[in-house]
Design a protein around this ligand. Structure first.
Ligand code: PLP
Length: 448
């Protein structure tokens, strides 16, 4: 087919065989034989049979500028010609350039950045730094969260994947989420709910925990994997003020929501609330080379002039990663990507509202920019879940059937629990957006 190319050099059957028997895949039972992907461009990727898929997930919500963006690809090639690797303590133009760009686009108190290999490593260092700086040990995290797959970050993670492990990091205290569609307190009005106001719920936890023992609160300003939960106005501000009253650091995990995904550089910009530590990854370079960041406020940066950074990585500030980050951020600035994400997101949600008129299985539509989800229900009035929380195998059958149907129709969609996440590339064309919505329309018939 016209979409096939020379890669892979092996027979696709052999590639699948090796994948099933010798390659270990994240978070899954092994032995699968997925399609062999041979190429990608813009919002599309295709497999060895020539079948094309419209990427409504942006892979793991990281290919924010789509696939094979020419400016990022060129920057990686140019950097590879110049200097592939130099140790993290050396000066490097792309490292300094990316550090300066991060200072430019992050909220004002943030001045300095440590570059990691991804989001988990960024959050791992964030909590370690918070503990060193405050001399306290507890970290407050929420149930509907994903913070990473390393020892510390998986302990912070609330999502059911944490149950796959043994031996959590001590000192994690769990807080409820402002999940207003299914308010954990049974409220219908967020103004009267201590959880969705943020501060009052946190204050109560602190009363029991002793605030002097709490180093940090970590949260995703808009929850990603666990259902795209947008907090009510005032929530982040209220958490910020409560942290300040008790000398507790606030960490925003912007790994999924950052870099234009919500129509602003960072999700917290929607409410003008800044953290003490901001972690990011994914969209920083559209995922072309592993890269994450842990950025700190000037106060912490100044403290780090007297105390050593409690962590390091061989690949901290890897030149190929930094070059791709610089190119991606500049491309977003040049191409007006944030405005595009805002406009496409509004269009997407208005089209989803039309689908909700047709499909009784749509219980809720939520999101900001191109960070969206629909939550599916058996009954819209009672909000009975379509499948039980964290359902697997048979119990999750309607969701896996929809996933298979969409994939067969050439739409790559992301499913988690009762939600379908809609996170296409920020620069997807209107035509492709409409095509994806048309396939989604047919896919939802399975759940009605
Ligand atoms: N934090 C959030 C909010 C994420 O969505 C993810 C990954 O999905 C991570 C952290 C972990 O990032 P990584 O997989 O790059 O280690």
């Amino acid at each position: 087919s016209e979409f096939s190319n020379e890669y892979p050099t092996h027979d696709p059957g052999w590639v699948q065989e090796m994948h099933a028997n010798h390659y270990l895949q994240s978070w899954s039972k092994q032995g699968r034989k997925p399609p062999v992907i041979t190429g990608a461009e813009g919002s599309w990727f295709w497999d060895s049979t020539g079948k094309r898929y419209l990427d409504f997930q942006s892979q793991l919500v990281n290919a924010n500028l789509g696939h094979q963006h020419p400016k990022i690809v060129q920057a990686i090639k140019d950097q590879a010609d110049k200097l592939c690797y130099i140790g993290p303590a050396m000066g490097s133009d792309v490292r300094s350039e990316l550090a300066a760009l991060m200072t430019e686009i992050t909220p004002e108190p943030i001045t300095s950045t440590f570059f990691t290999t991804g989001g988990s490593a960024a959050n791992e260092l964030a909590i370690r730094l918070a503990r060193h700086y405050t001399g306290r040990s507890k970290i407050i995290a929420r149930y509907r969260s994903y913070h990473g797959a390393t020892g510390g970050t998986l302990s912070l993670t609330g999502d059911p994947r944490r149950h796959l492990t043994r031996g959590d990091m001590p000192g994690v205290v769990r807080m409820l989420d402002p999940y207003c569609y299914r308010c954990p307190m049974g409220h219908t009005d967020s103004a009267n709910c201590p959880v969705s106001q943020g501060g009052p719920h946190l204050e109560e936890l602190l009363m029991y925990e002793n605030p002097q023992t709490v180093a940090a609160v970590i949260l995703e300003p808009i929850v990603g994997t666990n259902g795209i939960l947008v907090p009510p106005d005032g929530y982040l501000q209220s958490i910020r003020e409560t942290c300040d009253r008790h000398g507790i650091l606030l960490i925003f995990d912007e790994v999924m929501a950052g870099f234009g995904r919500t129509g602003k550089w960072f999700a917290c910009d929607h409410w003008d609330v800044a953290p003490d530590i901001l972690s990011s990854a994914k969209g920083i370079n559209s995922g072309y080379v592993p890269l994450g960041t842990m950025s700190v406020s000037k106060t912490l940066a100044d403290w780090l002039k007297d105390y050593p950074l409690p962590g390091g990585l061989t690949y901290a500030g890897h030149p190929l990663a930094c070059a791709s980050g610089v190119a991606a951020i500049r491309a977003m600035q040049e191409e007006g990507t944030l405005a595009k994400a805002t406009a496409s997101g509004e269009y997407l949600r208005s089209e989803l509202a039309k689908l909700a008129d047709k499909h009784p299985c749509i219980g809720d539509i939520r999101g900001k920019g191109m960070f969206n989800a629909i939550e599916l229900v058996k009954n819209r009035d009672t909000r009975e879940m379509l499948v039980p929380f964290a359902a697997k195998e048979d119990a999750a059958a309607p969701m896996s059937e929809m996933m298979k149907f969409a994939m067969n129709e050439g739409l790559y969609l992301s499913f988690f629990s009762n939600c379908i996440r809609l996170t296409p590339p920020l620069n997807i064309s209107r035509e492709d957006l409409d095509l994806g919505l048309e396939i989604l329309d047919r896919t939802l018939e399975i759940a009605d």
